[in-house]
Write a protein that binds this ligand. Structure first.
Ligand code: SER
Ligand code: ZN
Length: 503
C-alpha cells in the first residue's frame, strides 16, 4: 500500500542554484529510501520544485512509511548545501501526508481524530491524509501512531455493546451461608462504618478497620511471605509520564482523581481567598480555581504502573528472577460515578498489589503457586464460596477492549476470583463479586518501561488483592456475628475491638 507525502523545506537563503538541488535531491532521496525500505518495498521522489527559499518535494513509498527517510534527506541536504553553497536548512513541514493501511473490521460510524486530517475508508482500507505536520511530529512518529489509533478506534467500534469475556475455570463447593444481608447496609445499621465526607469513600470504625487489617495480614502471611514476595513502598501520586507509557491515560482519563498544586505558597497571594473564607464561611471556588495549577499528576489508580517506573531502564540479574514485590502503601482512587455501591464499589480502596517479573515459564509457574495460595486462603481460612474465570485482561479493558488473549493457550491474560453474595439472590442468576484478580501481562509493560533481563525474554504480571472486596465477600457470606465465622479466621482476628457506642 502506497504512502505519499508532500513536504516543504525552508532554506536559510533563496540564493541556491536550482541545478545543485536537481543534482543532489534525487540521489539523497534514492539513498535514504533504499536504506530505510531495504527489500521490504520501494520508494521514489515524485517531483521537487524550488521557489525562492522554499523547496517542496513529494515522495512516495510502499512497504514502509517515507517520513523517516525524509528526515534523513533533510539532514544530508543541509550538510551538502552548507558545504557547497553556504546555505542551511531552517525547517521542514509536511503539508500533506497520505497513508493507506488495512483496517479490520471496517468502522460503521465516523472515526474522529484530534489532529488536522481527512479520513476515508473503502475496500478494507483506510486512507488517512494528515495535514501540516511539523518536524517534531515526524521525529516522534505521529503518523504511525495516528494510523494505529485509527485502526484501534475502528476495532473499538466493533467491541461497543459486546459483553466482556468470561470463561469459567474452577468453582468451589457450595456452602451454607449465615450471611443474608448486604454487608454495607448491615455495617451502617450497627454504625461500624459511615459514608465518607467526600464522594465514594468510607470511614471505617475500629471494628471493620481491624477486620480489613486482618485480611491484609492473612494475604501477607498466607500468600505473599510463603512465596517470597518482598514489600516495597511507592508514592501515592502517579505521574502523567507513567500513565502515558502504560496506556491508562488514553484508556481511562475519565476515571482518575487529578492532583493539582497551589501556584504559590505565599500567604499574600492567598489573601483574597482567605478573606472570603473568613467572611463567608464558604469555599470561594472561582478564586480557588485561579490559585491552583492545572493537574500535574493523578492519585494512584493501580500500583503496578509506578512499580514498573521504579524498574524502568534497569537490567535485572538472572539470580533475582522471578522478581517478586508488592506494594500496600498507595491507596487506589477511581472515579466511579454511577458505579458506586456500598463498600464493594468505592472511589477509594485499599489494595495489596503483588508484581512479578521473570521468564514466561517462571511466571506461569508462579501463577500456579499464587492460585494455590489464594485457594488455600479462600477455602481453609475464610471458607468462602468462590469461583475463578478467565476475563478480559485488565490491560485491554483499561484501554477500552474486550475479549481474551490467545484463546486455548491461556498464557497471558487475567483470571478473576468471584464470590457469591447471598443477598443478591440465587447463586445461579445473581451477579457475583470480583474480589481478586491475577494477570500475566507478557512484554507490554517491560517493553514500555525498558526493563530487561540479564538474558532472555522478560515478562511481567500483577495481582490485585482488594481488601474491601475480601471483607465484603466475607461478611456477605458469613454475616457480622463473630460466632458464625470460621475458627481459623477468628484466630487471625484475635480479640475484636469494642464497638464505639453512639448515644
Ligand atoms: N493492575 C491490576 C488492575 O488494575 C491489578 O490490580 O486490575
Ligand atoms: Zn497491576
Amino acid at each position: 500500500m502506497e504512502n505519499e507525502l508532500r513536504a516543504e523545506i525552508t532554506l536559510s537563503s533563496p540564493d541556491v542554484p536550482a541545478a545543485l538541488i536537481d543534482e543532489l535531491l534525487p540521489k539523497l532521496a534514492g539513498d535514504a529510501l533504499g536504506k530505510a525500505l531495504g527489500t521490504r518495498g520501494e520508494g521514489r521522489l515524485i517531483r521537487h520544485e524550488l521557489h525562492g527559499d522554499k523547496l517542496t518535494l513529494e515522495i512516495a513509498s510502499t512497504g514502509g512509511r517515507p517520513h523517516q527517510p525524509l528526515l534523513s534527506v533533510v539532514r544530508k541536504l543541509g550538510e551538502e548545501l552548507g558545504r557547497r553553497a553556504k546555505v542551511g536548512v531552517r525547517s521542514v513541514t509536511v503539508l500533506r501526508y497520505r497513508l493507506t493501511f488495512a483496517v479490520e473490521p471496517m468502522p460503521t460510524k465516523p472515526v474522529p481524530l484530534a489532529i488536522p486530517h481527512h479520513l476515508s475508508f473503502a475496500d478494507g482500507r483506510a486512507t488517512l491524509e494528515l495535514l501540516d505536520l511539523p518536524e517534531e511530529a515526524l521525529r516522534d512518529n505521529w503518523p504511525d501512531r495516528a494510523a494505529t489509533l485509527v485502526e484501534e478506534k475502528a476495532r473499538r467500534q466493533s467491541y461497543a455493546g459486546k459483553e466482556q469475556a468470561w470463561e469459567l475455570i474452577e468453582q468451589s463447593p457450595k456452602r451454607e451461608h449465615a450471611g443474608r444481608d448486604d454487608p454495607t447496609e448491615a455495617m451502617l445499621k450497627r454504625n461500624w462504618v459511615r459514608s465518607g465526607p467526600t464522594k465514594g469513600k468510607w470511614f471505617l470504625g475500629p471494628l471493620p478497620a481491624h477486620l480489613l487489617r486482618t485480611m491484609e495480614r492473612i494475604a501477607r502471611e498466607e500468600v505473599l511471605a510463603p512465596l517470597g514476595f518482598l514489600e516495597v513502598m511507592q508514592p501515592h501520586h502517579d505521574s502523567f509520564d507513567i500513565l502515558v507509557k502504560t496506556g491508562h491515560l488514553e484508556g481511562l482519563p475519565g476515571e482518575f482523581y487529578y492532583v493539582t498544586e497551589p501556584k504559590s505558597r505565599d500567604p499574600a497571594d492567598w489573601e483574597r481567598f482567605t478573606d472570603l473564607v473568613a467572611i463567608t464561611r464558604k469555599v470561594p471556588h472561582d478564586e480557588l480555581a485561579k490559585l491552583v495549577s492545572p493537574p500535574s499528576a493523578v492519585a494512584c489508580y493501580a500500583q503496578c504502573p509506578t512499580i514498573y517506573w521504579w524498574l524502568s531502564g534497569r537490567t535485572l540479574a538472572v539470580d533475582d528472577l522471578p522478581l517478586k514485590v508488592y506494594d500496600r502503601a498507595a491507596i487506589s482512587n477511581r472515579y466511579e460515578s454511577g458505579g458506586r455501591h456500598g463498600l464493594e464499589r468505592v472511589d477509594e480502596f485499599h489494595r495489596i498489589e503483588p508484581v512479578y517479573l521473570g521468564t514466561p515459564e517462571q511466571l506461569v509457574a508462579l501463577r500456579e503457586a499464587l492460585l494455590a495460595r489464594y485457594r488455600h486462603v479462600f477455602e481453609t481460612i475464610l471458607e468462602l464460596e468462590w469461583r475463578t474465570a478467565w476475563v478480559t485482561p485488565f490491560y485491554l479493558q483499561q484501554s477500552g477492549g474486550v475479549g481474551l488473549e490467545e484463546p486455548g493457550q491461556r498464557i497471558r491474560g487475567t483470571i478473576d476470583f468471584e464470590a457469591y453474595l447471598p443477598y443478591r439472590g440465587p447463586r445461579e442468576t445473581a451477579e457475583w463479586l470480583e474480589f481478586q484478580n491475577l494477570s500475566i501481562v507478557g512484554e507490554k509493560y517491560t517493553r514500555a518501561f525498558t526493563i530487561r533481563a540479564q538474558k532472555g525474554e522478560l515478562w511481567s504480571g500483577c495481582s490485585g488483592i482488594g481488601l474491601e472486596r475480601w471483607l465484603t465477600a466475607f461478611l456477605a457470606q458469613k454475616g457480622l456475628n463473630a460466632d458464625d465465622w470460621p475458627d481459623r479466621f477468628r484466630k487471625y482476628v484475635g480479640e475484636l475491638p469494642k464497638d464505639v457506642k453512639f448515644l
